[in-house]
Write a new protein. Sequence first.
Length: 749
Amino acid sequence: MGKKLLIVESPTKTRTLKRYLGPEFQVMATLGHVKDLPEGRLGVDINNGFTPEYVTIKGKEKILRELKKTAKNADEIYLGPDPDREGEAIAWHVAEELKKVKGVKRKKIYRVLFNEITKKAVKEALSSPQQLNKDRVESQVARRILDRLVGYQISPLLWKKVKPGLSAGRVQSVALKMICEREKEIFSFEPEEYWTLEVLLKDEKGNAFKARLFKYKGKKAELKNKEQVDQIISDIKDKGFEIVSVTKRKKKKNPPPPFTTSLMQQEAYKKLGFSAKKTMLIAQNLYEGIELGEMGQTGLITYMRTDSFRISDEAIKMARDYVLKRFGKEYVPETPNTYKSRKGAQEAHEAIRPTMVDIEPDKLTKYLNKDQLALYSLIWKRFLASQMSPAIMEQTQIDIKSGDAIFRITGSVLVFDGYIVLYKEEDEKEQMLPDLKKGQRLNLIQFEPSQHFTQPPSRYTDATLIKDLEKHEIGRPSTYATILETINNREYVIRDEKKRFRPTELGFLVTEILQKNFPDILDMGFTAKMEANLDKIEQGKAKWNEVIRRFYKSFSEELKKAEKEMKGELPTNLSCPECGGKLVIKSGKNGLFLSCSNFPDCRYTANFHRNEKGEIIIDEGKEEITDEVCELCGRPMVIKRGKYGPFLACSGYPECKNTRNLEEKKVLDTGISCPEEGCTGTLVERMTRKGKRFYACSRYPDCKFAMWDEPFDGTCPECGTKVLRIRRYKSGDVVILCRNKDCNYKIKE
């Protein structure tokens, strides 16, 4: 029997796969990409057909040497990274490196796709290996080059004109623009007054209930002020109340479809409070495999990056059999439920589902942590619900007449729970209605008028932003988590008290500058078209270098113009109090500030803030005491103004000289439990005296646990160490690593 080598990207996946393979297989992991464009320079030869320059990623030299050494003695080589564009690119780079080894080039190198990591799926994939998908690789190459061209050529302009360390991106900048535009809608919103009129009634048995005014004098009731309400009450208060119609009808409530990536991210945010990033990291663990006692390392869900509602016939049968056994035949529809994917969906993978429905969430409580169990349960229930019978609701509508007014009661009663027995999209509230009949007279208890005001649009949450990105075809399922994380890390946005995205002044400034100088990059239609072109490359309907060439033709012109004309400031309509010139918003090392446009002739500067209408207000010169507390000495922090703009400083100066950026939070509570045994604290973000960020236990000095890297809430699947660490690279890559220096666990986000 010949020796075989299977190469995947994750150590966790390696352990799971070993359970299903014979002794002839050796399984090795690349720990993500082994090759990428170089850091610190463009790495794309624009004058030579946009040829990319790939270099070995720092730290991957040893892995490549071991792969090549093992490949020499293998008769067959199978490449099994994730079944998407990124995975295809990883496989391609590995294959190209192995072909350089003497003797390996003649060997057979295959591509295998694991859409789920179960024994049956693994055996089937290995029994029908494929060749590398050149079109999919080229689509990923095009995406990487596009992002590099934009990021590495616009970002230096922002560093030079605005502030070092800023970044722009082909997709991230559009997402930021959406957040900024929503905030402007909130600024410009003018609330309008309106009223509702309810009446509290009772029947002859004493049953009390409320009805709302629906029509008045034959027209739909639209009450603008209290005078209208008082007039109606005056007109009908002595007219009595009589039921004029009782309408009942049954309505089906169909089950929701199984999860796609974006739907999973949206629902995990709404039901579990998970960020998109956290959802994807947990889903990756569930896909690659969890140690389940006697069952060993087991993949629990299918591949989690998909835009399709497609379900295999085998999985549908598995779900229907389970529902029949557990709930009964009335919960199984006559024919399997099918769902139509959105226009433009790739349909490359199934919807996200459990690999085996008989692995119920309750059976996993001792193997999964709280978050893993919560997400698995959500996926498991959603999939089964998608193959169950609809719920049946009996809707009741009662109209009550009083003079020229019609009051209406609406309610529904659950007749048959159907899929709701397992999965509720929202709280299903049953309103119990009295047994009322047409012609029945009712007694007035009291009128209950209420004043209301229309509300502005809500700020974006993870869920609503992902929903709109997908609606406008901006980005792809695999990119949403990274997009949201990037704009947050760049301090272009912060999260308000309800975890909604609010743009910072820096976010506004960068968006306005990019909008003025690179309108195509920030145009949603242009960005969506580019995503469609990447899909065409994957489908073999377009050439990658031609797509890049067309893009760069207009982009390079915008770039040349911006290099000459871009200004790192935002004009305002305020006049300088010293010389009468216009004030502009500029960026300094301590944040944004107002400066006179006649600088250096006029050196006026001022702090500023926006009111609820978004209007820029000049701050007074006095120090403003804040609710922030100095993390070094415990005194209150105050807002001061320097030549670089406003900043936070300790009120204990000069004894304590602690300062920080105005928009930077004092202590960010990560919500992650301290890993020290018996400690009840959480990890919070702190700063050293020299301004270096670290994470420490909130119970300091009782607990002195601390770490430099950003913590990730999870347990290492290899050594059991609690709380992992997040490492962010300049390339934009995000990697999760174990804190244990003797453990090599590492996974790319």
